[in-house]
Write a protein that binds this ligand. Structure first.
Ligand SMILES: Cc1cc2nc3c(=O)[nH]c(=O)nc-3n(C[C@H](O)[C@H](O)[C@H](O)COP(=O)(O)OP(=O)(O)OC[C@H]3O[C@@H](n4cnc5c(N)ncnc54)[C@H](O)[C@@H]3O)c2cc1C
Length: 472
């Protein structure tokens, strides 16, 4: 522990009480490694403020003693952004005690939630007032509003509602100089120049500590209809999306599933069944929702899929007969990554290109990767309508046990080059954190990196906010 850290810890304990300081390394241990166990860090203490004012005290002490802070919510991030450096040179700042929903209202369609509120808790609170927070993802039982905002998270409803960036109405944050930015008024229009709120969204804790967020709510769902369709190519899948979007505003989820991914799920995941009797080279999961209790959504989706079948956009389709079947369809989509890992070593890439280019990208990039690295199997699945897929490369059953370590970096660089050449992004929803920082530095235009560094330097000249993350 450095002298600065020791002084900060002692002073913080004196001002905030013992509850706000954890120095028992056993208690800290689960939080210093990223959840996938890829990056191991260390921290001599974890600070756990219970209010915005306590965050102010901590940030001021950090600036005074030049001790970096690593903000952390649920530690479910995909890029190890919340993992402290391994030399113990930073303190963890856990936001989980700031877990109050300060206000929630159907009239204003807003909730103000503190940074440590868990996503599922917000879902429940919105549901109780007949509303809904329309962003969800697999980690909803542990990820926090502060983490979701700081990573500009996406999920499966982005098609209709956008990422966190469109769902955040304002941010309260403690800036690196200890001042409070209060953007919680929920103004729909505010043109006073640069938006600090938007700067903090997706900043991965490098520009300040988010303490509370104003979030947009929408009316609760009255009904949903879920269907599974077989198509012959990603191009046809996009045709289906455009066909549906031209005829209804109710499409909320649209997920592409290659047939070989489906077959792996059926092989490795218990209690799964193929929705269609024949095989199709590609599949699509479609979810439609409505807030109107009088709208016959299943009938609408069935009619539209029937027309798509007649026009030979799809080869076949089936509508889930009930909620259990709808959940079973989603399980096929949600367990692809698990099934792939059960089959063999797999490299995951969370990438985006423009929606119109995605079908061609999937086909061409998969072929190029398989040509360049004989034996591997490449494919993409996921949010086709967002131009964001999980581009996964599987080692194949004959690969060496150390394939991941020996070839992984080379393959990832190759994939990232293809994405960049297609004008895309090497991080669609997971952020840069530590894991993608060197690729970001290698591939981003110099002007973009310079601007990021200039913003970081202007707001955090002492580099106390999550150094070593995001900004190369
Ligand atoms: C099973 C699973 C499924 C997932 N699915 C998706 C998905 O579909 N789409 C998607 O986009 N993501 C997905 N994720 C990742 C998702 O980004 C994270 O779950 C979430 O956004 C991070 O929330 P967290 O509270 O765990 O943040 P952490 O992991 O604790 O932190 C993430 C980053 O935010 C910073 N941070 C955290 N809190 C604050 C704060 N209060 N102020 C400033 N900075 C802060 C941290 O320093 C770090 O850089 C998934 C994760 C899991 C485990």
């Amino acid at each position: 522990m450095t002298d600065g850290e020791a002084q900060l810890i002692a002073e913080a304990e004196r001002r905030l009480g013992a509850k706000a300081i954890v120095t028992d390394l056993k208690e800290i241990e689960p939080w210093v490694t990223d959840w996938r166990g890829r990056v191991h860090g260390a921290a001599p203490a974890m600070l756990a403020p219970a209010s915005t004012q306590e965050v102010v005290e901590i940030v001021r002490l950090a600036a005074e003693h030049r001790v970096p802070l690593v903000p952390q919510g649920g530690n479910t991030g995909m890029a190890a952004g919340a993992t402290p450096p391994s030399d113990g040179s930073a303190l963890l700042l856990s936001m989980r005690r700031m877990n109050r929903i300060r206000s929630i209202s159907a009239d204003s369609r807003l909730a103000v939630a503190e940074a440590g509120v868990v996503l599922a808790t917000l879902h429940d609170a919105a549901h109780e007032i007949g509303m809904r927070f329309p962003l969800t993802l697999g980690a909803r039982g542990s990820c926090t509003i502060g983490g979701l905002t700081s990573t500009n998270a996406g999920g499966t409803q982005v098609l209709k509602f956008g990422t966190m960036r469109s769902l955040v109405a304002g941010v309260e944050a403690v800036l690196p100089d200890g001042s409070i930015h209060n953007g919680l008024s929920g103004l729909k229009k505010d043109n006073r120049g640069y938006s600090l709120d938007q700067l903090l969204i997706g900043a991965e804790g490098t520009l300040g500590v988010i303490t509370a967020v104003a979030l947009r709510l929408v009316p609760a769902i009255a009904a949903r209809a879920v269907a599974w369709a077989g198509v012959e190519s990603p191009n046809k899948a996009l045709d289906l999306l455009r066909f549906l979007e031209a005829r209804t505003n109710n499409i909320e989820g649209f997920e592409l599933v290659p047939e070989d991914s489906l077959q792996l799920v059926l092989k490795h995941i218990p209690n799964t069944r193929a929705p269609l009797s024949g095989q199709h080279r590609w599949n699509v999961l479609v979810e439609a929702t409505t807030a109107d209790p009088n709208h016959d959504l299943p009938a609408e989706l069935e009619r539209l899929l029937g027309e798509a079948l007649e026009q030979e956009i799809i080869g076949d389709a089936v509508l889930a007969a009930n909620e259990a079947q709808a959940e079973a369809f989603w399980k096929l989509r949600d367990t692809i990554a698990d099934a792939e890992r059960a089959e063999c070593q797999t490299l995951a890439h969370d990438i985006s290109v423009s929606v119109g280019d995605m079908p061609r990208f999937i086909v061409e990039a998969s072929a190029e990767v398989e040509r360049k690295f004989p034996g591997v199997i490449a494919s993409g699945f996921g949010h086709l309508g967002d131009g964001n897929i999980h581009f996964h490369v599987r080692a194949g059953s004959h690969a060496a046990p150390d394939w991941y370590e020996s070839e992984g970096e080379q393959i990832t660089r190759f994939v990232d080059d293809l994405v960049t050449a297609a004008g895309g992004s090497i991080s669609a929803e997971h952020g840069i954190g530590q894991l993608k920082r060197s690729e970001f530095a290698r591939l981003a235009p110099p002007g973009r990196i310079d601007a990021l560094r200039a913003i970081k330097q202007a707001l955090d000249p002492l580099s106390i906010m999550n150094p070593g993350k995001l900004v190369p």
